[in-house]
Write a protein that binds this ligand. Structure first.
Ligand code: 13P
Length: 246
């Protein structure tokens, strides 16, 4: 069985005070894996606060390059140095706002894997793409680009996250059936490359997951946990979502 994974994506939120207030009382439930991804500048603080706990540390992005002259970028080597184990790659906000193409996302995934970081690779269609009946085709294209650079077995060390863009921060969650349909299609695509490894890859759902809808999503056969934005900023809500996964 795939062990459930719940990851918090804090996006560009947090402060030293707020992070401490979140982390000090937070307890991850046993029975699932829990990852928290704060902004880069707080990774050191969070490593200290979470040290010794079951919560693992993730980053929200990494450079596709090795150390060198890349002003403003953060290398995977530096993430490892900060105690980071996981890294979100190809979030739709980075694709839409910062021009990350499928090729860039694949290169970042490969870079993370080369360093032993566990990538959480995000895919998902826009509302326009869904309404045009292209949701599966878009997701399959995004996954194919990653599979050109990484094996299914390698991806099993991290996770994939299906995050329909129209469900992110909108309060409009995909129905469990809509999400399951895409997750199942992703697994079929993975199985075409490596059937044995495909059943071990965790596919997370992200997009307006809340304590009230988490359980129904997480009990779908191909939904192996969640990537949580807004609700992860409230420790009690994130804890409740983790409990729903366990
Ligand atoms: P919300 O949970 O705020 O909709 O964000 C989802 C997301 O983008 C997680 O990466």
């Amino acid at each position: 069985m795939r062990r459930k994974l719940v990851a918090a994506n804090w996006k560009m939120n947090g402060s030293f005070a707020a992070n401490a207030a979140w982390a000090v009382p937070f307890r991850a439930p046993a029975g699932c894996d829990v990852v928290v991804c704060p902004p880069f500048v707080y990774l050191g603080q969070m490593a200290g606060l979470l040290g010794g706990s079951a919560v693992e540390l993730g980053a929200q992005n990494l450079s596709s390059e090795k150390l060198g002259a890349f002003t403003g970028e953060v290398a995977g080597e530096m993430l490892l140095d900060c105690g980071v184990r996981w890294v979100i790659v190809g979030h739709s906000e980075r694709r839409a706002l910062y021009g990350e193409t499928d090729t860039v996302v694949a290169a970042k995934t490969a870079r993370a894997l080369a360093l032993g970081l566990r990538p959480i690779v995000c895919v998902g269609e826009t509302l326009e793409e869904r309404e045009a009946g292209r949701a599966l085709a878009v997701v399959q294209r995004q996954i194919a680009a990653v599979l050109a650079q990484a094996s299914v077995a390698q991806l099993a060390g991290g996770a994939l996250a299906y995050e329909p863009v129209w469900a992110i921060g909108t309060g409009r969650t995909a129905t469990p059936q809509q999400a399951q349909e895409v997750h199942a299609a992703i697994r079929v695509q993975l199985a075409a490359a490596d059937a044995a490894a495909a059943v071990t890859v965790r596919i997370l759902y992200g997009g307006s997951v809340k304590p009230s809808n988490a359980q129904e999503l997480f009990t779908q056969p191909d939904i192996d946990g969640g990537l949580i934005g807004g609700a992860s900023l409230v420790a009690a809500d994130f804890a409740a979502i983790c409990v729903a996964a366990c």
